[in-house]
Design a protein around this ligand. Structure first.
Ligand code: GMT
Length: 381
């Protein structure tokens, strides 16, 4: 198949999923065309079977807000025509599904069919999409998509309840490349790599996100402060975003900044995750929690919140520990319990890897997308 993929190309879970999906599909022999305003950050630019088409957005003094969604629709239609795409797959409904709808109409006016699949990721439904300025058009574009997938049952349910969407939605969960996201087998190599982040007797707690308010990065620091008051430990934060500075200030105010490292945006998180003992994900809401899955695949259990689709991923007590949002004491106590009980921690590490392999490996989930495309192309949706 020739598939056009549109996503937010910068750091963020939906862009990561879209890019990893494109890479996996290209690996299966499909021809993938990314259409976006910049090259998705996990692409090297030289990936076999993958092409990138930039969307130029020209400015004009009259435009206070340059219309990216229109430029995107034009580019989608051009790329679909020139490269004879079979379908478009857009990630994050706003505005990508609306642009795809327009591109489909442009192609239809030329007698060509261009179906599109919309994948719902999270705040496109739970936050931004519910904003009255976007709700009618988002609902319309979802309803009119040729196929709609959701990354968790929770998000599917929310879309039906909050948007009144009546069309069928298929849950296709997020996935991880279990060969790339894997524990470091060589203990010596792991110890050497950990030495860059912590002393040998220190536990490493990690956080990975885009530091938006929904991630509650300040809670990460608060939980860590409690843990670090009891045992030797380092906190490693990967990513960047609006709440980074608040977290940095808090680490200073609590006098723990010497034990907190902000690494900023990192491309190869698969090399960092296996170095951690625990992942902290105290989010206000997660429709899935991709960071926790990537950690699980590397045998790193998460201390997380019982929100959204997280319980579909983490089995509380088995592959991680779940708490109410803002339960700093609970999360810190949970982390300390695991870090002081090696047998339990090891059992959880093994169970997490097992779950990632049995349910969320790219080799299992990506064929589900392929079958779904085939169904859409056959007009069966
Ligand atoms: O909805 C968002 O916040 C955007 C999106 C992103 O680009 O970071 O995150 C969502 O999609 C991820 C990938 O499918 C999920 O793992 C995240 O749980 C989800 N975020 C939220 O629901 C807050």
């Amino acid at each position: 198949m020739r598939i056009g993929i549109t996503c937010y190309p910068t750091y963020g879970g939906s862009g990561v999923v879209a890019t990893e999906l494109g890479i996996e599909l290209a690996g299966l022999g499909h021809e993938i065309h990314f259409i976006s305003y910049s090259q998705p950050f996990r692409l090297s630019g030289r990936d076999e079977g993958i092409f990138y088409h930039e969307v130029p957005v020209s400015s004009y003094p009259l435009f206070e807000f340059p219309p990216y969604d229109l430029a995107l629709a034009s580019r989608m239609a051009e790329v679909a025509e020139f490269y004879e795409l079979d379908l478009l797959h857009v990630h994050y409904a706003i505005p990508h599904s609306v642009s795809a709808l327009l591109a489909r109409q442009i192609l239809a006016s030329k007698g060509r069919r261009l179906p599109f699949v919309t994948t719902l990721h999270g705040t496109d439904i739970t936050l931004v999409g519910l904003d009255r300025c976007y709700l009618p058009i988002t609902r319309y574009a979802i309803q009119e998509s040729d196929g709609v997938t959701s990354i968790s049952d929770y998000l599917k349910q929310k879309t039906v309840e909050d948007f009144g969407v009546t069309r069928e939605i298929e849950t296709i969960t997020n996935f991880v490349n279990c060969d790339l996201y894997t524990p470091l087998k060589d203990e010596e190599a792991r110890a050497q790599a950990r030495a860059h982040l912590a002393a040998p007797d220190e536990a490493i707690l990690m956080h990975l996100s885009n530091f938006r308010p929904v991630k509650r990065v300040v809670d990460v620091v608060k939980v860590f402060a409690k843990v670090a008051s009891q045992i030797p430990a380092q906190l490693v934060l990967v990513g960047d975003g609006p709440d980074r500075s608040a977290a940095e200030w808090l680490a200073h105010d609590l006098g723990i900044h010497g034990r907190v490292r902000f690494l900023g945006k990192q491309d190869r998180v698969n090399e960092l995750l296996p170095l951690a003992d625990l992942m902290l994900m105290p989010s206000e809401l997660e429709s899935f929690g991709l960071a926790a899955l990537e950690a699980m695949a590397c045998k790193v259990p998460s201390i997380a919140t019982r929100v959204g689709g997280v319980p579909e991923l983490i089995d509380d007590g088995e592959t991680g520990l779940l708490y109410e949002v803002g339960d700093i004491d609970g999360m810190a106590a949970g982390a300390l319990t695991l870090l002081s009980d090696r047998t339990r921690l090891d059992a959880m590490r093994e169970a997490g890897r097992h779950t990632a392999q049995k349910r969320f490996c790219a080799s299992l989930v990506v064929p589900h997308y392929v079958r779904y495309y085939e169904k859409v192309l056959a007009g069966g949706n």
